[in-house]
Design a protein. Structure first.
Length: 588
C-alpha cells in the first residue's frame, strides 16, 4: 500500500523554487555530464546492490554483510537498511562472496560476479532459527510451465508447488508427474516415452547425469518428495547433453537450508494402497543435510491382466530413500554428496481361464489353473554422487562429479505354470555396476560490440559392467515347432561385459543482443565393448525473441546413439532353436 500526502503553507513559493533547482540538477547529471567526455562509471565504479529478506520475502534491516574476494579476504562491509536494502560501491570486476549475518538467522553465503554491468543486483534470503508466521493470506497466479531455455530449447518445468497441487500431491508416482508434460506417454508396464521414443531419456540430478541404463526396469527409483523443480528439455539439445536425445529430465532437489525441519506422513486408499513417508533436513554452519524415505504397498504393481476392480496376483512392495548432503568448503567451493536406494518387489499379474498349450510330465493342467501362476519381478538400485562445484579465477565455473551405481533386475518364474501355459520358464538375473566421471567448465567473456559469450567445455567417461545370468526351461520341438517331449531341457545363457562410454564437447552460447542468441558447438563421442564406434556431432540452435512473451527458435543436431549394453547376442537365437522358447531374429 502506498500513501501520498500533500500539504500547503506560506513557504510554497520557496519550496517550488528548490524543486526546480533540484530537477535541473538531476537533468544535468543524467544528460549533460555523460556527454562531457567522462565515463559514467569509473574503471572500478561498479557496485553490488540488493535486498536482504527472510523466508517469507519480508525485508530484514540491520543485517551485517561482508564482501569477500575469491581468496577469502574481506573487501568491504555494509549494513542493510530498514527496507533490507544494501550496497557495496566501487567494486572492481571479479567474483565475490557476499556473507550475510543477523541475530536469530542462519548465515547466508551468495556468490556474485561483477561483469560489465554498472550494478550487480541480488537478493539474499536468511533462514530464521525459529518459526516464522505470516498473517496475510494472498493468492498468487502461477507462471506458465511452458517456456524456452536460454539455448533455444523447449522447456516444460514443474515446481514442488505444482506437484503438491496434483490430486495425490507429493505422493504422486514420478511417472505420473511426467505425464503432466507435453509429449510424454506411458505404456502398460509403466515405462515412460517422450515423443514416441522408448528408453531414450537422460536423467540429471542437480546437474549430474545419471548412468544411462539405470531405468531399463519396471520399477521406479525416484519419488516426488525430494523434487524442488523438474524440467523436461527437448528439441536441439546443447552440446553438454549427450547419449540420450529424446529429452532431458533435469531434477533440482530440496536441501536442508531451504527445507529445514521434518515431517511424517501417511497416504492410503483403494487397491490396498498404504504409503508412509518421512523427510528431515537442516542447516548447521557450512553443512546442510536433507533425507527422505517412503514405503509403498498396493495390489496394483503393473497393469492388470484381468477386468474388474481387483487384480489377480499383483501385489507390490516398494521402498525408496534419498539423501543430499553439502559442505561449503569456502565461499566459492561446495562439496556435495547425493545418495539414493530403491527396492521394488512386484508380482506379475495373472489372467483367469487361460488354456494350457503344453504338456509337462507329472502335471495335470486341471489342477494348475492360470490364476495360481506365481511370477515375480524384483528390481534394486543403489547410487551415490560425489560432486565438487565452484568458481576459480576470473569467473571460471566448474563441476567435477563421480557417480557410482549398482542395479539388479531379477525375474522369478513359475516353473510349472510358465511351462504348461507358455512353453518356457526363464530365471533372469541382470546386474550392472557403473562408474562415471563428468567434468564441466564454463566462462563468460564480453567483447565490445560482439555481445556476450558463454564458453563451455567438458568430458564424460563411463564404465558400464554388465552381468547376465539367465537359465531357461523349454520343451524340445521338431522342425515344424511341435512339442516332441514333455520333459524340459535347460538352456543357460551367461555373459559378463565391460563397456566404456566417453565423450568431449565444446560450445559457445553467443548472446548477440537481448533478442538474438546463437548456441553452437561440437561433440565427439565413442563407445567400446559390445561394439566399437565413435562420431563427431555438430549442433547449432538459433533463438530470436522479438518480445518478452514471444520466441522463435530453430536448429540442427546430429546425435551419437548409444547401444543397449544388454543387447541379446546372436548366439542366443541358435541356443534356443528347436525348442518351445525359440524366437526369430527379425530383419529389415
Amino acid at each position: 500500500m502506498m500513501s501520498i500526502t500533500c500539504s500547503k503553507n506560506s513557504s510554497t513559493g520557496r519550496q517550488a523554487g528548490k524543486l526546480l533547482i533540484l530537477a535541473f540538477a538531476l537533468w544535468a547529471a543524467i544528460f549533460i555530464f555523460p556527454c562531457s567526455g567522462r565515463s559514467a562509471v569509473s574503471s572500478s565504479g561498479y557496485r553490488i546492490a540488493g535486498v536482504v529478506k527472510d523466508a517469507l520475502a519480508r525485508p530484514i534491516g540491520n543485517a551485517q554483510l561482508v564482501l569477500q574476494s575469491a581468496d577469502g579476504h574481506a573487501v568491504a562491509r555494509a549494513q542493510s537498511g530498514r527496507n533490507g536494502a544494501f550496497e557495496f560501491p566501487d567494486v572492481p570486476r571479479g567474483t565475490y562472496a557476499v556473507v550475510a549475518n543477523k541475530s536469530g538467522f542462519m548465515t547466508a553465503v551468495t556468490i556474485v560476479t561483477v561483469k560489465s554491468q554498472a550494478v550487480a543486483n541480488l537478493d539474499i534470503a536468511l533462514q530464521s532459527t525459529s518459526a516464522l508466521s505470516l498473517k496475510v493470506v494472498t493468492t498468487k497466479i502461477n507462471r506458465q510451465p511452458n517456456g524456452v531455455s536460454q539455448t533455444g530449447n523447449s522447456q516444460y518445468t514443474l515446481s514442488d508447488h505444482d506437484i503438491a497441487a496434483l490430486s495425490q500431491g507429493v505422493n504422486t508416482p514420478i511417472n505420473e508427474v511426467l505425464l503432466q508434460m507435453p509429449g510424454v506417454t506411458q505404456d502398460a508396464q509403466g515405462q515412460v516415452h517422450v515423443d514416441g521414443e522408448h528408453e531414450d531419456l537422460q536423467w540429471r540430478v542437480n546437474g549430474v547425469m545419471m548412468p544411462l541404463d539405470s531405468f531399463s526396469g519396471f520399477g521406479q527409483i525416484f519419488n516426488s518428495f525430494f523434487i524442488r523443480r523438474l524440467s523436461l528439455i527437448d528439441g536441439v539439445l546443447p552440446m553438454s547433453y549427450g547419449y540420450r536425445d529424446a529429452g532431458v529430465l533435469d531434477m533440482v532437489t530440496k536441501d536442508g537450508c531451504s527445507n529445514p525441519g521434518g515431517s511424517v506422513g501417511f497416504y492410503g486408499g483403494q487397491r490396498e494402497w498404504m504409503q508412509p513417508s518421512v523427510e528431515y533436513g537442516g542447516c548447521e554452519g557450512a553443512f546442510s543435510y536433507y533425507v527422505t524415505g517412503t514405503y509403498l504397498h498396493s495390489n496394483l504393481a503393473l497393469s492388470s491382466a484381468s477386468p474388474g476392480m481387483t487384480p489377480i496376483h499383483n501385489i507390490t512392495n516398494q521402498g525408496e530413500g534419498f539423501g543430499y548432503f553439502t559442505y561449503q568448503v569456502s565461499p566459492l567451493t561446495k562439496l556435495s554428496l547425493i545418495t539414493g536406494v530403491s527396492v521394488n518387489d512386484s508380482q506379475i499379474p495373472d489372467s483367469a481361464g487361460l488354456p494350457p498349450f503344453f504338456q509337462l510330465a507329472g502335471v495335470n493342467p486341471v489342477n494348475y489353473p492360470s490364476t495360481i501362476i506365481n511370477e515375480s519381478l524384483d528390481q534394486d538400485y543403489y547410487f551415490g554422487i560425489l560432486a565438487l562445484t565452484g568458481v576459480v579465477g576470473p569467473g571460471i565455473a566448474y563441476q567435477v562429479a563421480y557417480t557410482g551405481a549398482y542395479s539388479t533386475i531379477n525375474f522369478n518364474p513359475d516353473p510349472i505354470g510358465d511351462l504348461i501355459y507358455q512353453g518356457s520358464a526363464s530365471t533372469v538375473f541382470h546386474s550392472e555396476f557403473d562408474h562415471t566421471l563428468q567434468t564441466d567448465l564454463s566462462k563468460r567473456i564480453e567483447l565490445p560490440k560482439l555481445g556476450a559469450h558463454d564458453l563451455g567445455t567438458g568430458f564424460y567417461l563411463g564404465e558400464y559392467g554388465v552381468e547376465l545370468d539367465d537359465s531357461t526351461l523349454a520343451f524340445p520341438t521338431n522342425s515344424a515347432g511341435t512339442q516332441i517331449s514333455d520333459v524340459p531341457v535347460t538352456i543357460v545363457q551367461n555373459a559378463n561385459n565391460i563397456n566404456m562410454l566417453y565423450g568431449v564437447y565444446v560450445q559457445d552460447i553467443w548472446r548477440i543482443n537481448e533478442r538474438f542468441t546463437i548456441t553452437a558447438g561440437l561433440r565427439w563421442d565413442g563407445v567400446s565393448g559390445i561394439i566399437d564406434n565413435n562420431m563427431v556431432s555438430p549442433r547449432i540452435n538459433l533463438l530470436y525473441k522479438p518480445s518478452r512473451d514471444t520466441a522463435f527458435h530453430a536448429g540442427f543436431a546430429r546425435y551419437f546413439r548409444t547401444p543397449d549394453f544388454e543387447t541379446v547376442s546372436p548366439k542366443s537365437f541358435t541356443a534356443f532353436q528347436n525348442t518351445t522358447a525359440a524366437v526369430s531374429q527379425g530383419g529389415l
